[in-house]
Design a protein around this ligand. Sequence first.
Ligand code: ZN
Length: 242
Amino acid sequence: MRLGTAISVSVIAFAAFTAPAAAQSPCPGNPNALGLARTVEVDTTGGPGFGFEQYKAHDFLVLNEVVLTFDDGPWPGNTTAVLAALAHHCTKATFFPVGKHALWHPEILKQVAAGGHTIGGHTWSHPRLCAVHPDEARYELATSRDVLEQSLGRPVVHLAYPFGSVNATVRTLAAETGYSTACTTEIGVSASGEDLLMLRRVPITGHDSLMDFVCRVRTGLTVVQAAKALARRTQEMVASWV
Ligand SMILES: [Zn+2]
């Protein structure tokens, strides 16, 4: 039996935020806060069931909504600074701490949980799962999950593959060790109907311009990358005419 099946009726939440206008409640002291649009329950009964609402499928994210994820940690300084920034914006995120590190800093992990954020697995010691023996990969996936669940007292069904290292074997191991969703490092915007254990993400760095940020959120690409892609498509279209 998949571990994920055993927690099928549990409420597993991804936190999604959207533009301030759609925020449900004001954020004290920050009129420009990102805010929290809604919390989506992920059905883990065995099917995709991603973003189901009253048994009627709908797109998981609508325009201007994103799910924030933070890999690694918990670390003094970094993680606590992220928590402070999220609190300042009255929004929530999904954290993927390394299992071993969570034992080193249990007090920070508890701060993350107390902040109402979702916590997923990121393996026990952060190896490249494709490069280790499948038995070791299984141990890494299962151990981190077990340790986090024991520490938090709540189900852990979300995963981020360290370094984005995933192949068919690793994906199967993730499912067998009870994960219902998993994030890769492949750049792109995930949509409904995609493989929940191969979700794409959009990296955001401190070097991105505001325009890059806007473009990345919509397309996964920077402005320059999007312009080049558009130029390529235009060239292909024109070439097809001659
Ligand atoms: Zn990592």
